[in-house]
Structure formats: structure tokens, C-alpha cells
Design a protein around this ligand. Structure first.
Ligand code: AMP
Ligand code: MG
Length: 330
């Protein structure tokens, strides 16, 4: 399949209208969200939703998140909605947290990967929200990258993975947050985090006033829950600063090329290195981590070494994504 991928400009009103019209027609287009770029299709149009799975090469049992314009629309997609949903929506929507609820009978199984539950979110990105308000439907949108690869945080990342396979990309500049949404399961008596994200366990506990579970491994069908995911093509390892410095000091072959992502001061004498220093501030770091991985992955290095993030709850999402990026080859 090779089609012309149109580039639309999210700062132009007409291009936003065109993006909405394309989704309405059953086309699939990449759109900016505050987390990562999403590959959007009308969640009520099964042909369009099926195209998402084909284009991403995503297994059909991996459910999609449905994006809606506001909390008021939630009952079109979910049923038996617990009071906690309204509290989360009040404090964090529009924003980077997705709720897992029982799906309404009208939602086609293709969207939910055959499950009786549905993941729903109101995104914060203004351009995407405009599109959702223009459409009289929800929009299914997984990350706009080939299955298991690094999520895109710019339209260039989207094009490098899916150019020629999707109808358009709406360029809204770099994503503001840069890490996928938190996924919170509200279908059981114990509320739990299925995927760590920008809204942390502590933030959720503060507003719900109940303990939130975050099993380190669980059996739920959450695509982001596979052991290997978010992977660069280059072998990637997560190590402490000391381990990275030690590894570099032991390399004899100066031809070997290393990509490094770090946030502490790093000492090395090895010549063939491209190092990207990110901020120690979690928010700033999150915005740029996928871009750094995309940049280093382009170099065909022998290895990418990533300094392990601080072991505090605030960094849980980054630790999760980097651990999955560095699982031995898939
Ligand atoms: P992505 O494909 O990167 O957008 O991620 C979508 C996320 O939503 C994955 O982690 C999915 O597991 C999660 N998700 C969507 N629907 C469900 C569902 N019904 N049950 C569990 N997780 C879901
Ligand atoms: Mg993804």
C-alpha cells in the first residue's frame, strides 16, 4: 500500500476542518495530542478502525483508546460508570489520563480488541479537541507509529514511520507532554493503574481519597503492557551513570559508535559518541525523551545507552517506557 500522505497545518482553520472531514469520510490521519501523535479514525466506522490495525501492523486483540470531546459524551461509549469517573474527569480532563470502563453495547468489538471494556479519554490538545467537537463521534487513536516502535512526538516522527500508509498528518508541532496517558481501571472494586503516565498514582490518590493499586505486572490486555514495546531499532540499554562510564572506559575499538541519553554530568574519553543531555526536571525530560531516542536511532549506532531515571513515583512512566525500550531484541 502506498498512498500520498497529505501534510496539514494545525494552525490553519481550514486544515483543521479538512482533517475533521477526512475522519468523517473514513480516512485515517495522524493528529497531535498532548501525549504523543495519535492515528485517528472514526470509532463508529469499522472499516476505518480496521485500517488502523493494518497500517500499524497491530494485533487485532490490542484495544484502542477512544477520544471524546467532553465527559458528557461518555455514556455513548461506556455503561455502569462509577462516581470515580466524574471525579477524575473534573480534576484531570481534558488531560493525559484514560479511564477503563465497561463498554456500552453499541460499541463494536473491533475497537476494544474483543473486550467488554473500553478505554476513554478527553485529550487536552486544542487542535484535536476542535476536531472532536466538529465530529459527532468518538475518535479511536493509538500512537501513530508502527507496532512496538517508539511513539511519535512530532509530525516528522510520524512520517518516518507511516509516510505513504496514512491519508494525512495534521502537524501541530511537538507534543507538549511527550509520554502516553496514564490508564486507570475503574471496572473493579480495587482501582488500579494499568499503565503509568503523566498523572501519577499520588495525584490520583489525592483526588479519589482511596488507595490506588499499581501492580508491577498484570495480565490485562494493555498494549503498552507487553514486555518489549516502544523500541528503537538499535539495541538499547538502561544503566546507571557509573555503569555507562565504566562500559565506555573499557571499549578498545574506537570505531564503535554509541548513542547516550543522560541527565547527570557524564565523563568519557571514547571518541565515537553522540550524547544527548536531557533535563533533570521530569516534565522537561518527558517532552524530549522520545525525540532523543528517535534521533539516536537514526545514527545506526552499535548501542544506545540510557541513564536510568530517578527511582521516585514521579518518574514511573519514564521508567516503564525505557525498561520496555531496552528489553532484549524482539
Ligand atoms: P496506544 O496504542 O499506544 O495508544 O495505547 C493504547 C492503550 O490503551 C494501550 O495500553 C491499551 O492497552 C489501552 N487500552 C485500550 N482499551 C483497553 C481495554 N479495553 N482494556 C485494557 N486496556 C485498554
Ligand atoms: Mg503505542
Amino acid at each position: 500500500m502506498n498512498i500520498k500522505t497529505k501534510i496539514l497545518d494545525a494552525n490553519k482553520e481550514n486544515d483543521i476542518l479538512e482533517a475533521a472531514a477526512m475522519i468523517q469520510k473514513g480516512q485515517i490521519i495522524a493528529v497531535p495530542t498532548e501525549t504523543v501523535y495519535g492515528l485517528a479514525a472514526d470509532a463508529r466506522n469499522i472499516n476505518a478502525v480496521e485500517k488502523i490495525f493494518t497500517v500499524k501492523n497491530r494485533p487485532s486483540n490490542h484495544p484502542l483508546i477512544v477520544h471524546i470531546a467532553s465527559f458528557e459524551k461518555i455514556s455513548e461509549w461506556a455503561k455502569d460508570i462509577p462516581p470515580a469517573a466524574a471525579i477524575i474527569a473534573k480534576y484531570f480532563w481534558p488531560g493525559p489520563i484514560t479511564l477503563l470502563l465497561k463498554k456500552s453495547d453499541s460499541v463494536n468489538d473491533v475497537v476494544t480488541g474483543g473486550l467488554k471494556t473500553i478505554a476513554i479519554r478527553v485529550p487536552q490538545n486544542e487542535m484535536f479537541l476542535k476536531i472532536l467537537h466538529l465530529l459527532n463521534t468518538g475518535v479511536a487513536a493509538p500512537s501513530a507509529n508502527p507496532h512496538k516502535r517508539i511513539s511519535p512526538t512530532t509530525s516528522q516522527h510520524v512520517m518516518s514511520g507511516l509516510s505513504g500508509k496514512i491519508d494525512a498528518v495534521l502537524d501541530g508541532g511537538p507534543c507538549n507532554i511527550g509520554v502516553e496517558s496514564t490508564i486507570l481501571d475503574l471496572t473493579k472494586s480495587k482501582i488500579s493503574i494499568l499503565r503509568h503516565g503523566p498523572i501519577t498514582k499520588k495525584m490520583i490518590e489525592n483526588v479519589l481519597q482511596v488507595p490506588i493499586y499499581s501492580p508491577s505486572s498484570h495480565l490485562e490486555k494493555v498494549p503498552g503492557n507487553m514486555r518489549a514495546h516502544y523500541q528503537p531499532y538499535t539495541t538499547t540499554s538502561l544503566k546507571s551513570l557509573g555503569e555507562i562510564e565504566k562500559q565506555l572506559s573499557l571499549i578498545k575499538n574506537q570505531e564503535k559508535l554509541f548513542g547516550i541519553i543522560h541527565y547527570s554530568d557524564l565523563q568519557y574519553t571514547h571518541k565515537n559518541i553522540k550524547a544527548i543531555k536531557l533535563s533533570k526536571n521530569k516534565t522537561q525530560y518527558g517532552k524530549l525523551i522520545y525525540n532523543a531516542l528517535h534521533e539516536l536511532d537514526k545514527m545506526n549506532a552499535d548501542q544506545i545507552l540510557v541513564e536510568a531515571p530517578p527511582n521516585t513515583g514521579e518518574w514511573d512512566d519514564i521508567l516503564d517506557r525505557l525498561s520496555k525500550a531496552s528489553v532484549v531484541k524482539i
